[in-house]
Design a protein around this ligand. Structure first.
Ligand code: PLP
Length: 378
């Protein structure tokens, strides 16, 4: 189905932060498959792990044990909230798990019609429930009736958030930085208000780390640099090193963990994908890599601020957005950049988004800066 507007380029090969198209043309990739290839394309360690596992055991059912999935769940738990993990195959699926878990947790408190509070501009996925949790794209007129039990509040208003939380609240679900809305970091007072309101109401704070996680902002998970610790965290995108892996992690041994028969997913945690994820964590969960993300991010922010036509630069680490001045069209800039050999993305009409692989260096940042300088309208 024609569900994507595609640029007229066919990529056939990748290595690190470089891509090559079918005509042999080379590109610098500052999009990383929408924040998936955080370790770069064809990282030798991840490629080797995939090759090795593919030659031994690709899939088994979740009705049996297999080591890579168990090791991955342990590793995700240890690196985040120290609790139980459900493995799955995408971000939307990870958030579906969080929604079910939060609703079950609320029912255990006697709440009959639980509600999940989300922020305007949120993007949590495209399944029917996660779509409903993503107010801007929900499109009732096309996809309704959508499930009840989701309430949206303004993104930057801690009081409005606290006012929306009450007895029926099962969870507040937030991205630490809204990516699809145009790279909007959620202000710390909003996150702190979310934590407070959840504690008072007995609700769960769910952080959607699908785009911000896996080192993207300079720590393995973005919340590790912020003021609050969530009860539930979801991850996907870069987790599988390019293979489809998602995860929902819940802190501790909470009531409301999903039990046998209450949830499942055929492909989830299968050996091949789990081995790729373990190798990806080996590469990314490294203090030197994470420091590099913070340092290069700061350097790239300065470069973006110096470009003509840029009104604002937002984000953290290597998840950055440049808002263009009124009247400028980010799609034009991105199209010119692609012609000049730089892959970037436009999540909103005046926003350029940058999600380069995390192992880039100064040279790649300078190269992107030079190309962008040539592509900005005078
Ligand atoms: N949540 C966030 C913050 C995302 O950025 C995305 C995808 O862009 C999703 C959820 C959905 O992930 P997926 O496309 O893997 O279902």
């Amino acid at each position: 189905m024609p569900t994507y507007k595609r640029a007229g380029v066919e990529f056939v090969r990748g290595e690190g932060a470089r891509l090559w198209d079918a005509d042999g043309r080379e590109y610098l990739d500052f999009f990383a498959a929408l924040g998936v290839m955080n370790a770069g394309h064809c990282h030798p360690r991840i490629t080797e792990a995939i090759r090795d596992q593919a030659g031994r055991l690709v899939g088994v059912s979740n009705l049996y044990y297999s080591e890579p999935g168990i090791r991955l769940a342990e590793r995700l738990s240890e690196s985040s909230l120290g609790g139980r993990v459900f493995l799955c195959n995408s971000g939307a699926e990870a958030n579906e798990c969080a929604i079910k878990l939060a609703r079950k947790h609320a029912h255990a408190r006697g709440v009959e019609r639980p509600e999940i509070v989300v922020l305007d501009g949120a993007f949590h996925g495209r399944t029917v429930a996660t779509l409903t949790a993503s107010p801007k794209i929900a499109r009732h007129e096309l996809f309704g009736p959508l499930p009840e039990g989701f309430v949206a509040v303004p993104r930057d208003d801690p009081r409005a958030l606290e006012a929306a939380v009450g007895e029926r609240t099962a969870a507040i679900m937030v991205e630490p930085i809204q990516g699809e809305a145009g790279v909007h970091p959620i202000p710390e007072p909003v996150l702190a208000a979310a934590r407070r309101a959840c504690d008072e109401a007995g609700a769960l704070l769910v952080l959607d780390e699908i785009q911000t996680g896996m080192g993207r902002t300079g720590s393995l998970w973005a919340w590790q640099q912020g003021p609050v610790r969530p009860d539930v965290m979801t991850a996907a995108k870069a987790l599988g090193g390019g293979l489809p892996v998602g995860a929902c992690v819940v802190a501790g041994e909470r009531d409301g963990v999903l039990e046998a028969g209450e949830h499942g997913s055929t492909f989830a945690g299968a050996p091949l994908a789990a081995s790729a994820a373990l190798a990806t964590l080996d590469v990314i969960d490294d203090p030197d890599v994470l420091r590099g993300v913070r340092e290069l991010g700061a350097r790239f922010v300065e470069a973006l601020r110096g470009l003509d036509g840029v009104a604002d630069v937002r984000g953290r680490g290597l998840m950055l957005g440049a808002e263009l001045e009124d009247g400028l069209d980010a799609h034009d800039v991105a199209a010119r950049a692609l012609d000049a050999g730089l892959v970037i993305n436009v999540p909103a009409p005046r926003i350029l988004r940058f999600l380069p692989p995390l192992l880039i260096g100064e040279a790649e940042v300078s190269e992107a800066e030079a190309i962008l300088g040539d592509c900005m309208p005078n």
